[in-house]
Ligand binder design. Structure first.
Ligand code: XMP
Length: 317
């Protein structure tokens, strides 16, 4: 019978036997899957595992620093790479969502590949792939694969000429969380909402600029921290803020403003394939709207997305 502890024990032993004294590289994203994979591999092979965490300039506010810090706290051998400028430069002027995804995916592979080559004699690429990812990439005609290209890092193992090791390949998300808990990974990390690989890049509708990233990071931090403060975070499967390419008239003191709109999004779901918008309390929404408009320069209007999936999707791009 399956228990998280027995899984950890047998997987660590299996990884030791499989990997021996080989060197392994793993991309960390700050998400649950790659973090749990990292801790498992660290138990099995320690310093022979090198983790790479890339700041693509599209992460949440302070996320790079915070997550890097907690990885180091967990004893992982992790390299943080600030590649913000490279991503921003390549995204300049690009408005098509799929094009943005391609650029972000390609840049990630380039940065990762360059870092991985600095490590001597790497033989393996580890990935935090879980069972639903396996099914999704087998059924390439499945809805999410055709509507939006989620496979941001497809092609990485081929390009790098490495063998692939995927210790979570047979687990579902809730099992991954239980395994993480059994290895004492903080609840704060295990309970994190999913966050798309292309990050804020697909939550800034239209072209991405560093100024827009900054504006969205501020608004998003207010919303996410607000959900936590109000005890709503764990009732929501995923939440975030979209920066719309829409300016509208407002009034600030006795000045007319003509500034940006953000949409708040919070959904309930089990797997992201279908989702309902969450009936957040009006008091909470009022508070968020005030706080965002008062604190974030450049935003003068906040709307709440009340669309379910289908027919809408969770992300706006
Ligand atoms: P949609 O917008 O398709 O999102 O309803 C469903 C789930 O997938 C995430 N998502 C992505 N994740 N790369 C990712 O890694 C992507 O390009 C991507 N697009 C959407 C989305 O955040 C939600 O959890």
């Amino acid at each position: 019978n399956w228990t998280p502890d027995s899984f950890v024990e047998s997987t660590v032993n299996g990884l030791k036997a499989q990997l021996g004294n080989d060197k392994v590289v793993l991309g960390l994203s700050g998400g649950v899957d790659s973090s749990v994979a990292g801790v498992l591999l660290n138990r099995a092979i320690g310093k022979n595992l090198t983790c790479i965490f890339v700041d693509n300039g599209l992460l949440r506010k302070n996320e790079f620093e915070d997550v890097l810090h907690s990885y180091k706290d967990m004893g992982l051998n992790v390299i943080g790479v600030d590649a913000r400028k490279k991503f921003w430069d390549d995204l300049a002027g690009v408005t098509d969502p799929e094009q943005k995804r391609k650029i972000i995916g390609r840049n990630f592979i380039e940065v990762f590949d360059e870092e991985a080559h600095k490590i001597q004699d790497v033989k393996w690429l580890a990935q935090g792939t879980i069972y639903p990812d396996v099914i999704e990439s087998v059924s390439v005609n499945g809805p999410s694969a055709t509507i939006k290209s989620h496979h941001n890092v497809g092609g990485l193992p081929e390009k790098m000429n490495l063998k692939v090791v995927e210790p979570l390949k047979l687990l579902f998300k809730d099992e991954v969380r239980r395994v993480g808990k059994a290895m004492n990974i903080k609840q704060e990390l295990l309970g994190r909402h999913p966050f798309p690989g292309p990050g804020l890049g697909i939550r800034i509708l239209g072209d991405v600029t560093p100024e827009k990233v900054n504006m969205l990071q501020e608004a998003d931090a207010i919303f996410i921290n607000g959900l936590k403060k109000w005890g709503l975070y764990d009732d929501v499967w995923q939440a975030g803020v979209m920066l719309l390419p829409v300016q509208s008239v407002g009034v600030m003191g006795d000045e007319r403003t003509y500034e940006n709109t953000v949409a708040l999004r919070a959904v309930a779901s089990t797997d992201g394939m279908t989702a309902d918008w969450v009936h957040l309390p009006y008091d909470f929404l009022a508070k968020m709207s005030n706080e965002i408009i008062n604190k974030v320069r450049g935003i003068n209007r906040v709307v709440y997305d009340i669309s379910s999936k289908p027919p809408a999707t969770i992300e706006w791009e």
